[in-house]
Design a protein around this ligand. Structure first.
Ligand code: NI
Length: 253
């Protein structure tokens, strides 16, 4: 059993063959997927997919890259979708200073609103942190009761230790299989197995040997195999333990 805790199946990259892709990865043993939303439209589509497929659940949220499209109406819709029975988290939310470093204060305000929503609904969060490590850490530290995952973790080993102390999970994706993965592997070494989540971030970040192609949850075993190699376990053990971790954090039924 594999649990891909981060796949954007609603992405237009799957418009041509979404149902076939889903059928294929299911047959390959990936039998649980969490689809985070990035704005109102993608959260709505993720909710629809979760209604169509029993093994798909979703998260509701406004990604920092979607800041320009934010309106009060769209934010209210995301809040309403967050109450859907198959919405297991608030995400994908966070800070992205690589994409836009000129609107940091607006990004931080949007993040705080959504952290408060998560606390209000007692749901975990899925954090996107790109070149904003210090501010992301500061934001989550303001809320000791908050729990969740730093998706596609890209910070230092020191910051990872701090997050682990605070009870957070770390998400590992295709980049752990890349040749230049030194930093991610360093973090993997110190991250206890019970705090690791595995994610594809489909359709992006395909692992080796699929690098460069469209990614989908069927590639999750390549990521688990790399983690298994680092931890000295079998791929099956990593798959089982990380699936249990995901179910524990997200409260899967
Ligand atoms: Ni993502």
């Amino acid at each position: 059993m594999f649990f891909d805790t981060h796949a954007h199946l609603d992405d237009s990259a799957f418009d041509e063959d979404r149902d076939e892709v889903i059928e294929r990865f299911r047959k390959a043993g990936v039998n649980r997927v969490l689809n985070p939303g990035c704005d109102e439209k993608s959260t709505r589509m993720a909710a629809e997919l979760s209604e169509k497929y029993s093994f798909i659940c979703f998260a509701a949220g406004f990604h920092p890259e979607e800041l320009a499209g934010l309106t009060e109406e769209s934010f209210d819709s995301v809040c309403a979708l967050a109450q859907h029975p198959k919405c297991l988290a608030i995400g994908e939310i966070g800070l992205d200073y690589y994409w836009d470093s000129t609107r940091k204060e607006e990004q931080k305000a949007l993040l705080q609103r959504q952290l408060l929503l998560a606390l209000d609904l007692d749901k975990p969060v899925i954090i996107h942190d790109r070149e904003a490590h210090g501010d992301c850490l500061a934001a989550v530290r303001q809320h000791p009761k908050l729990r969740g995952v730093f998706h596609c973790y890209s910070g230092s080993a020191e910051m990872a230790e701090e997050l682990l102390r605070l009870g957070w999970y770390l998400g590992f994706d295709g980049p752990v299989t890349y040749k230049n993965a030194r930093k991610a592997l360093e973090v993997l070494q110190i991250c206890p197995l019970e705090r690791i989540l595995v994610e594809t971030d489909s359709p992006y970040l395909s692992p080796v040997p699929m690098r460069g192609k469209r990614n989908d949850p069927g590639n999750l075993p390549w990521i688990c195999a790399k983690i298994a190699e680092v931890k000295g376990l079998s791929t099956e053990e990593v798959a089982r333990i990380t699936a249990e971790n995901g179910c524990r954090l997200f409260g899967c039924p």
